[in-house]
Design a protein around this ligand. Structure first.
Ligand code: F0G
Length: 456
């Protein structure tokens, strides 16, 4: 059978409102060329993020109705806790309202001036939480990951030699944690191999540095290991996930991704001393230790979603549908990150718009063009998101200028995706007429959310 069908039927639908190209021109101008400022109702296909945008299953909705809203010790917490323990093997589970809340707690405790956190690639909120604590983040992406158009099986890997070198340079005592992001979101949604996780873990053990997984997309990463890494074809996804977590001392998780929940997250770990400090902060900022900023019903939805996400029919459909869009764009000659990532298609904006210099944000120019052409909302992952300034206020650009078309889980059908491909191809055909942008207003941290821009 060649056709892989969506492994669900649709029970409830949400209408899309249509608008014209002329209307979208005006909307974007009013939003200062920043689609984060566009109203969701003015978007036809929303590929801004795969976070919190999943369609929950009928079982999850049933779980919502069963949610126990007791302040302390709700039934939902114990279901949630057992599920996370079963999947990860970590004995301590602390709920948080989303991934960055887990990060904030962890880095407030472990961060501070003079500390360095090493990763394959830190996600933007992770980096921001590290920097907010006064510490610094270092990304050590493997060489293959830095070349968008060159396919390779595990482009999310960490450069292990660089890890050893940086530990030598900075001193293990100044590195409170190494964080492996699976899949590597900012690096293209690319997976990390089990071998790489094992090697990074061994280096950390040797230097007594805690090794954590940023586990937002652990199921997608586990499925890639099954598909691509020798020795895993006959292992089940839960088995692969269990092995992956077995090399780590703990994890942070946003349940808004691979748990199909609209909100939620957690910290899980082995170290009871660190956990005690985390729980103290949790109570001040998030809530009591058995709800951590969530409603009881959210905990149920997460527990059920975490089990559903490891279904291999689902994962096959998920990975295949992202690949379907990627391959359509490749066939049209569009420069995309290859091979397809797990949750999104990444277009190389530098190659798509070679006439726009990096300090005129080619990624953002492309994001704006897709919105105007077809009402598609995407996000820039390049110098607007990660660029910094040097002492002379000159832009120090990001490693890559990508844009991300993130595919919400179980939300869009194949014809929505065909439409997306058609719009991207239309924009590609008239790319020479696109212009760059300049920033007129920005904040010091996470500027891409609120930055105002205008065409040059
Ligand atoms: N880590 C990774 C790898 C992420 O992708 C995200 C969120 C977080 C941490 C933070 O989790 O949103 O629950 O606070 N990524 C979203 C995205 C926002 O669009 O990729 P959160």
């Amino acid at each position: 059978m060649k056709t892989i069908i969506e492994p669900f039927k649709i029970k409830s639908v949400e209408p899309i409102s249509f608008n014209t190209k002329e209307e979208r021109f005006e909307i974007l101008e009013k939003a200062d060329y920043n689609p984060f400022q566009v109203k969701a109702g003015d978007v036809l296909i929303d590929l801004l993020t795969d976070s919190g945008t999943s369609a929950m299953s009928s079982n999850q909705w049933a779980g919502v109705m069963m949610g126990d809203e007791s302040y302390a010790g709700s039934a939902g917490f114990f279901h949630f806790e057992k599920t996370v323990k079963d999947i990860t093997g970590f004995p301590i589970v602390i709920p948080t309202h989303q991934g960055r809340a887990a990060e904030k707690i962890l880095f407030s405790i472990l961060g501070g001036k003079g500390k360095w956190f090493i990763s394959n690639t830190l996600f933007d909120t992770t980096r921001a939480n590290i920097e907010f604590s006064g510490a610094e983040g270092i990304d050590l992406l493997c060489e293959e990951g830095k070349h968008p158009s060159v396919p390779s099986a595990f482009k999310g890997n960490m450069d292990i030699e660089a890890l050893k070198r940086v530990i030598g340079e900075k001193g293990a005592e100044n590195i409170p944690m190494v964080i492996m992001t699976v899949t590597n979101n900012s690096g293209g949604g690319q997976p990390v191999s089990m071998q790489n996780i094992k090697e990074a873990s061994a280096v950390c053990k040797e230097h007594r540095i805690p090794f954590f997984i940023d586990a937002c997309r652990f199921a997608e990463n586990s499925y890639f290991i099954k598909l691509r890494e020798e020795g895993y074809a006959d292992r089940s996804v839960p088995e692969i996930a269990a092995e992956l977590f077995s090399y780590a001392d703990g994890c942070t998780m946003s349940a808004k991704k691979d748990a199909f929940a609209n909100i939620g997250g957690f910290l899980a770990m082995k170290d009871p001393e660190l956990a005690a400090k985390c729980r103290n902060l949790l109570i001040i900022t998030e809530g009591f230790t058995t709800y951590g900023g969530l409603a009881g019903r959210d905990l149920e939805a997460i527990a059920i979603g975490l089990k559903e996400v490891m279904d291999e029919h689902y994962l096959q459909y998920r990975i295949r549908s992202v690949e379907y869009l990627t391959n359509k764009l490749i066939a049209a000659g569009i420069p995309v990150m290859q091979p397809a990532g797990g949750h999104a298609v990444y277009i190389d904006a530098k190659a798509f718009l070679p006439h726009i210099p990096v300090d005129q944000y080619p990624g953002q120019a492309l994001v704006c063009a897709l919105y105007i052409e077809g009402g598609i909302r995407s996000v820039e992952i390049g110098s607007l998101m990660f660029g910094k300034y040097d002492a002379n206020h000159q832009l120090k650009p990001a490693q890559m200028e990508l844009i991300r078309l993130a595919i919400p889980r179980r939300v869009y059908t194949q014809s929505h995706i065909d439409y997306v491909a058609e719009i991207v191809i239309n924009v590609f055909e008239s790319k020479d007429s696109l212009r760059g942008l300049t920033i007129t207003e920005e904040t010091a941290l996470l500027r891409h959310f609120t930055a105002k821009l205008k065409p040059v």
